[in-house]
Design a protein around this ligand. Structure first.
Ligand code: TPP
Ligand code: MG
Length: 515
């Protein structure tokens, strides 16, 4: 067997059995080996930003990595923005980046590129395999590194000759998984002491602490001590809905987040960073911790977060049943014109149990979170690293990871256009994704930011750079052109009905909402 086949078998044995791919000549032996290792599902994506965003969505939902297949430095570079988001989300991903044969590098052929530099921006683990005999072991190391904890992007460079040469070792057995570190009792006691002080305290949770079991323990603590329960602004995968304790996410705009934190004297971080403003603004604070507030870290990413929160609840004598689950609630079914409020109510009225919501709704999606707070339990995936163009790819990967669950992509129009090709992969793979395009024909947030940063009054050229008319995008035509049936909703009741159809029928669909 050659190196490529040994690598694919190693991946499958290690639990990595999906590969989002956009291949080139240096990856041809890897592509050929897919038919010899049928347990590996190769999924073609038509741009590398779709490959990496899909791998992020897959990893966030499956809890184990997908592989990517990328073509030298340019292919990896095309996928970089969504790998940046994945790095922020601590998503496990194994990148396989094909490279020229080792002996070919010195000729500096056109695609010869500085893969290491490009990879270094996003990779928590990096290795370039030198020989076919090393490929399988390196592959097993890459999967273990990606799994963490915490999860990370592991990048394995695969030269063409390592891929096509005979592997004398064959596949490598999986490496033992890493274990989450137990938070020391002293740390738990220090946090408990701060929370017993009687001064206003807040728990700020993120990462793994935004899953139901962790929120249950965090809510126990909050309810029994009177502390606020806050969540990071952009979680990787928040579990929410009826029966799960609700967490109030910090606002995107710094002054609103400061309002939420106002008066807090003890801030306790659980798998998240101390709060900072998303951007710098002239004359505004970057650090959002109120003055005089102490910051304690209960658990970091990679720690046993649930164990730490439960230990804290015990240390504080919080009753086991103290947690406050969100009550079931659905908004009234809206009628009439589509607005940001009525579209949110339409979604809140029909969101099915077990749904995965991929939220790149940006300004027009603002009210959907509130309108779905009491919907049946569901997952909520957000833009962790601020690099737009992840929604459609992430929904694609989430649907591959969870074929039995409905996926709702809340998709702002400007961001949709970065990686629209994801729709083609959804159609080809028959994925159950219902996409709602929020077509406000604008980079609306940037119109807001233009004023917030204090840029001088905008002229026609500045406005033209933030506006998506002339010509207007026709998302229904674009979707149909990639094999995804589409519908333009013309009222709130029409949207609700189209959503119900989308959720009940198999395969992808797209609904355009004009605002
Ligand atoms: C990779 C990347 N490029 C550019 C930006 C800058 N940016 C932030 S928001 C935005 C426009 C968003 O427009 P849209 O998705 O339509 O959402 P809206 O603001 O209209 O709600 C841009 C270009 C970014 N965040 N990431
Ligand atoms: Mg827009």
């Amino acid at each position: 067997m050659n190196g490529a086949r040994a690598l694919l078998s190693t991946f499958v044995d290690s639990g990595v059995d999906v590969c989002f791919a956009n291949p080139g000549t240096s990856e041809m032996h890897f592509v050929a080996a897919l038919d010899q290792v049928p347990a590996m599902r190769g999924i073609l994506c038509l741009f590398e930003g779709v490959v990496t965003g899909a791998a992020d969505g897959y990893g966030r939902v499956a809890g184990r990595p997908a592989a990517t297949l990328l073509h030298l430095g340019p292919g990896l570079g095309n996928g970089l923005a969504n790998l940046h988001n994945a790095r922020r989300a601590h998503t496990p991903i194994v990148n396989v980046v094909g490279d020229h044969a080792t002996y070919h590098a010195r000729y500096d052929a056109p695609l010869q590129s500085d893969i290491a530099s490009i990879a270094s921006a996003v990779s928590g683990w990096y290795r370039s395999t030198a020989r076919a005999d090393d490929v399988a072991g390196d592959g097993a190391d890459a999967v273990a590194a990606a799994m963490g904890p915490p999860g990370r992007v592991a990048t394995l460079v695969l030269p063409a000759d390592a891929s096509w040469s005979e592997s004398s070792t064959g596949p490598c057995p999986p490496r033992p998984p890493g274990r989450a570190a137990v938070v020391p009792a002293d740390t738990v006691e220090e946090v408990a002491k701060a929370m017993r002080s009687g001064e206003k305290a807040a728990l700020l949770v993120g990462g793994r602490a935004m899953r139901a079991d962790a929120l249950q323990a965090a809510s126990r603590v909050a309810v029994s001590t009177g502390a606020a329960l806050l969540g990071e602004t952009f979680p990787a995968n928040l579990e929410r809905g009826a029966g799960i304790p609700a967490v109030e996410r910090l606002a995107y705009f710094a002054e609103m987040a400061q309002g939420q934190l106002d008066g807090v004297r003890h801030l306790v971080l659980v798998d998240t960073a101390s709060p900072v403003s998303f951007f710098a603004y002239p004359d505004k604070a970057s650090d959002l911790v109120p003055s005089g507030c102490t910051v304690d870290t209960l658990a970091r990413s990679g720690d046993d977060v649930v164990g730490a929160l439960e230990a804290l609840a015990e240390a504080l004598g919080a009753p086991v049943d103290a947690a406050a689950p969100a009550p079931p609630a659905r908004p009234d079914r809206p009628a009439g014109a589509l607005t940001t409020e009525s579209l949110a109510a339409a979604i809140g009225g029909v969101l099915p149990e077990g749904a995965i919501v991929v939220d790149e709704g940006n300004t027009s999606g603002l009210f959907v979170s509130g309108a779905t707070a009491g919907a049946p339990r569901h997952d909520w995936l957000t833009l962790t690293g601020g690099a737009i163009g992840i929604g459609l790819p992430m929904a694609t990967g989430a649907a591959v990871a969870a074929p039995d669950r409905p996926v709702l992509a809340l998709q702002a129009d400007g961001s949709a256009m970065y990686t629209l090709q994801a729709l083609w992969t959804q159609a080809r793979e028959g994925l159950d994704v219902t996409t709602v395009v929020l077509s406000n024909r604008s980079y609306a947030i940037l119109n807001i930011e233009l004023h917030r940063v204090g840029a001088d009054a905008e002229g026609p050229m500045a406005r033209r750079l933030l506006d998506l008319t002339d010509p207007e995008l026709d998302f229904c035509a674009l979707a149909c052109g990639m094999g995804v049936p589409a519908h333009r909703a013309d009222s709130a009741e029409d949207l609700a009905a189209a959503l119900e159809t989308g959720f009940s029928e198999s395969g992808p669909s797209l609904i355009e909402v004009q605002l």
